[in-house]
Design a protein around this ligand. Structure first.
Ligand code: HEM
Length: 146
């Protein structure tokens, strides 16, 4: 099960990151070009939100079934923090990504409360951008692309 989830999490990351980039570009064009906020803009942002939430759920299951979690329960947090790979997988990657997904979710919720089309685009531009910066800062690229 672990390997299957790992492959899914690894593949789904591309989808989630591509959708995030598309939504961010779309919202920047919306803000700078003073474009109306249309149904297609909402749908793109919604699919992105859903893809990121799916990644989060898979990530949580992956963590609890991982050898990294087993190491934590066997050796304790002190040992995990001493090993940079384990620290990344058990602490840095999960925590940073949970914060990133929270920011993305705030961006989604916030756009609904905005009256102007520009403000709706801006909500995605700011919060989805902050989210992707955090995500990219703590992706284990060496594992992902090896
Ligand atoms: C939502 C945004 C997230 C993205 C874009 C993301 C992306 C990735 C990527 C690209 C990898 C490397 C996969 C590989 O080695 O082939 C990875 C690994 C991992 N992720 Fe995430 N992740 C996210 C959230 C999470 C969360 C919230 C958790 C846990 C609570 C998590 C747990 C893990 C674990 C345990 C691994 C190590 C898998 C392994 O190499 O055995 N991820 N993640």
């Amino acid at each position: 099960m672990y390997t299957g989830l790992q492959h899914f999490h690894s593949f789904w990351a591309y989808l989630a990151l591509i959708l995030l980039i598309l939504t961010i570009i779309n919202s920047i064009l919306g803000v700078t070009g003073d474009k109306p906020f249309a149904g297609k803009d909402r749908k793109l942002a919604l699919f992105t939100l859903i893809s990121v939430h799916i990644q989060l759920l898979i990530g949580i299951v992956l963590l609890f079934t991982s050898p990294y979690w087993a190491a934590l329960t066997e050796s304790g947090m002190g040992e995990v923090m001493k090993n940079s790979l384990y620290r990344m997988m058990v602490v840095e990657h999960p925590l940073t990504n949970i914060i990133a997904v929270t920011l993305i979710t705030i961006g989604w919720s916030r756009h609904k409360k905005q009256d102007s089309d520009k403000a709706k685009h801006k909500s995605f531009m700011i919060f989805y951008l902050l989210g992707i910066i955090l995500l990219l800062s703590r992706i284990p690229f060496s594992n992902w692309w090896s």
